[in-house]
Design a protein around this ligand. Structure first.
Ligand code: NAP
Ligand code: HSE
Length: 436
């Protein structure tokens, strides 16, 4: 067996502690798999004295994580601090410039600075691996880089945020409130440091931007992702979606549309019988359509200590084996710009929920407003039994015929200003088109 590969771990929270645990428990077997031992030389966190349930007494503790990027006795920097900028960016950039391999779980960093960092990694002939950054324990980056590389890919659709999927599942199964379930997800170590990144769709958008680049050979361009979170979804939406035969999922979709690449993250109604509708709790799933392989779906836990650390360790083993790829499959200089399609090009039916002022004629006024915006209605349910007592607000739910997003947005503006509509209406795409 050749010399050990020497690693440093920056960040000893949920994921970092998980990596230390796996290397302690499975180090011998992993050394055989990698052909060399994996040796932790140094670690860094904010608090040297915190009890993390792991033994770090044998490793050098660096108060300033930046020291790891220039340490002479380190071959691989494992960045598990988080954040697109600041210390995580400084450390990763400096480690690469100093000819060190980098493994990270930081999707925010890769979504924002992926092309820049990939170029440095290529120039220095080192690895920049980020498997854990996309869909936790699911090896989707490896699948796109290696197993599916023969294919021209036309669509990637995923449930990419464990926290959101956990919240939506718990709300449906237990009837608990949004805020209450979010606290559980934080306690279980699923949520980001700022949980608004999860529920606001930003975390899923980071992952989708990375998947788009890997699938379509484009430069990661987070600004091109249309983002909507799950904050506005309530029990009435979950109930009526189910009545209509759908489950609400936060879907990330990257797809070739009219020669452009649509990148969108939004809550979507998925028919019960589709595989993605059945993905429960903290699980993620990614469906890829390739021209030779057809549809492939990978499913597994998308967040939490074990699944995420499992992906980090697989990236470390790859480096120990001597695998060095261009991070986005093809050389960065050959990546194209991710051009968005014209806004109107994606046709879909929509779910629309609003609260009507409970008075004679209000429904006629509301449907007139929809007709004015050229939205054709397929079904209406006036949900008297779900009216909050004494509120004077009657929940009304519509399913539209196929239309486009611009038309729906215009209708939403008219409705939001309408005297017979209380509060802000909510719309969601109904995904009747896909097979997964
Ligand atoms: P976390 O539990 O909050 O841990 C963050 C760690 O970074 C802590 O150990 C913290 O130190 C350390 N840290 C913060 N600022 C630092 C600084 N200036 N210098 C040195 N260390 C610093 O976060 P996490 O959940 O493990 O997430 C880490 C990364 O993995 C993030 O990029 C996240 O997006 C990604 N990720 C997480 C999951 C998940 O399920 N949790 C899944 C996939 C990807 P102290 O402990 O001393 O405070
Ligand atoms: N906060 C993220 C999630 C962690 O809930 O999916 C995994 O990236």
């Amino acid at each position: 067996m050749s010399d050990s590969i020497r690693i440093a771990i920056a960040g000893l929270g949920t994921v970092g502690a998980g990596v230390v645990k796996i290397l302690a428990e499975r180090g011998d077997v992993l050394a055989l798999a990698a052909g060399r031992a994996i040796e932790i030389m140094a670690v860094s966190a904010r608090d040297a004295g915190k009890d993390r349930g792991i033994d770090i007494s044998g490793f050098r503790f660096e108060k300033d994580a930046r020291a790891l990027g220039v340490a002479a006795d380190v071959d691989v920097v494992v960045e598990l601090i988080g954040g697109a900028d600041g210390i995580a960016f400084d450390l990763v950039e400096s480690a690469l410039l100093n000819g060190k391999h980098v493994v990270t779980a930081n999707k925010a960093l890769i979504a924002r600075h992926g092309a820049h960092l990939a170029q440095i990694a290529e120039d220095k002939n080192v690895a920049l691996n980020f498997e854990a950054g996309v869909a936790g324990g699911i090896p989707i980056v490896k699948a796109l880089r290696e197993g599916l590389v023969a294919n021209e890919i036309s669509n990637v659709t995923g449930i990419l945020n464990g926290t959101c999927n956990y919240i939506l599942t718990e709300m449906e199964e237990t009837g608990r409130d949004f805020e209450d379930v979010l606290v559980d997800a934080q306690d279980l170590g699923y949520a980001e440091a700022d949980p608004s990144f999860d529920v606001g769709g930003i975390d899923a958008a980071h992952k989708l931007a990375i998947l788009t680049s890997l699938a379509f050979g484009t430069k990661v361009d987070f600004a091109q992702v249309e983002i909507e979170g799950i904050e506005k979804i309530n029990a009435t939406d979950i109930y009526h979606a189910a009545e209509f035969g759908y489950r609400i999922k936060l879907l990330g979709i990257a797809e070739i549309v009219d020669g452009g690449i649509l990148q969108s993250v939004q809550p979507t109604l998925v028919p019960f019988e589709r595989p993605l509708a059945a993905v429960p709790g903290v699980y993620n799933a990614v469906a890829v359509t390739g021209n030779y392989v057809g549809d492939v779906i990978l499913e597994g836990r998308g967040a939490g200590q074990g699944p995420t650390a499992s992906a980090v360790v697989s990236d470390i083993v790859d480096v120990a084996r001597g695998f060095v790829f261009p991070p986005f499959i093809i050389p960065t200089a050959k990546l194209r710009e991710a051009k968005a399609p014209a806004k109107n090009s994606l046709k879909s039916a929509y779910y629309l929920r609003l609260y009507a002022v409970d008075r004679a004629g209000s429904m006629a006024e509301i449907t007139r407003a929809l007709a004015l915006a050229s939205v054709s209605i397929e079904r209406i349910v006036q949900s008297g039994e779900r009216m909050e007592a004494g509120s004077g607000r009657l929940p009304v739910v519509f399913m539209t015929h196929e239309t486009d997003e611009a038309t729906m947005r215009e209708a939403m503006t008219l409705l939001a200003e309408h005297a017979d509509v209380a509060g802000e209406p909510v719309m969601m795409r109904i995904d009747n088109s896909a097979t997964h």
